[in-house]
Design a protein around this ligand. Sequence first.
Ligand code: GDP
Ligand code: IMO
Ligand code: MG
Length: 431
Amino acid sequence: MPAIVVLGAQWGDEGKGKATDLLASQETIDYVVRTSGGHNAGHTIVVNGERFATHLLPSAILTPGATSVIGNGVVVSPEALFRELDGLRERGVTDVEERLVVSANAHVIASYHSTIDKVTERFLGKNKIGTTGRGIGPAYADKVNRLGLRVADLFDEKILAQKVEGALELRNQVLAKVYNRRAVEAEQVVEELLGYAERLRPMVADTGLLLNRALDEDKTVLFEGAQATMLDVDHGTYPFVTSSNASAGGVCTGSGVGPTRLDRVIGVIKAYTTRVGSGPFPTELFDEDGEKLWKIGGEVGVSTGRDRRCGWYDAVIARYATRVNGLTDLFLTKLDVLSSWEQVPVCVAYDVDGVRHDEMPMTQTEFHHATPIYEYLDGWWEDISGCRTFEDLPPNAQAYVRALEEMSGTRIWAVGVGPGREQTVVVHPEA
Ligand code: GDP
Ligand code: IMO
Ligand code: MG
């Protein structure tokens, strides 16, 4: 399987880090690639009981021998990148910088992008998106407005100065006149960015060429998604989304690898649902069940420390994610969290103003009005975190997995029963 995609099927934090790390430990992975988003991501890996979190770097940075790639579709804050590299070095992972390649075409997040992100959220008040405040939206906005800075620009002082001045001409008007903020000095920004150039230069390459050549040579490339399908700027719950294509299409545009080269697309999905930030969430719980999921699941964000909103599994979203991404498999995580419910509700369809919808409603208004239609599956009480084969799982947990597989329209390749790499039950070893 030379080209494998791992991506989020819900609203993020499904366990993409764990899935990536697991695949990297099972197969010989030559390259692990991030193709969208930036340091708004927080991916957790637990190896031999030791916990690591990655943000801008691909999770398999910890896999010996694998080369990590930051593709052209990613927005790169050099400051955040160096902080992350230094953090790993301090924890004894010393060769990361030598195994990292950054696309010359990736866009750069400058300090003014995060300033604008934060003031915009404040301006929106109760209508805010609940962004991570990392400058992701403004950096992508500049990209689309053709006012963006790219990694290669850091190596040409004259061009960089021109571009920063061009971007700030517009941005400063908005900062001063709309938000009543001080204008940002172009010179200062240029100086700061130039300060990153020397350390960054050895890592920069034509990553599209590199990856296509690797696939020509039958090397294995793993694309690690960030954010998720329901946060995708086109397919998610717009405007309560991130500013990139976090679904499968973004893998191609964000890497320069064509769709015919992708062999397997794995959607990571929790056995229930969580969401951070604002926006509609039909199965959200506001009662003690929600609190129990939050508590047992440890549902606190890795990047921002914000509490995640919790709710039951939504099979409408699973089917939607299957369709939008052309999923070949699902990786169902956190099944262990569901031990100790008499019955586990699963959303099979929505009621929208009295009309049943088996598929995602067409309009945002309808989705905002959607209330879940539940099917109740029998629960189990056993601690399943030590299970290693499907047969080890209690019969009702097996039935839960099979029912979700049926409802979601894709085979469930594996099930997570704990945060550790080894806490995984492979349901379809043939996949
Ligand atoms: P990502 O952003 O998709 O990589 O996910 P996060 O790392 O933000 O959040 C997932 C959380 O669930 C992390 O704390 C993981 O260690 C944890 N996790 C992943 N899979 C499992 C699982 O099967 N069971 C349990 N209990 N925790 C898991
Ligand atoms: P991983 O990769 C969960 C959410 C934010 C906010 C919205 C827009 O760890 O799954 P942004 O800063 O991207 O402009 O914020 O998207 N969000 C995430 N939620 N997991 C993530 O990443 C997220 N990245 C962004 O909370 O609602
Ligand atoms: Mg996360």
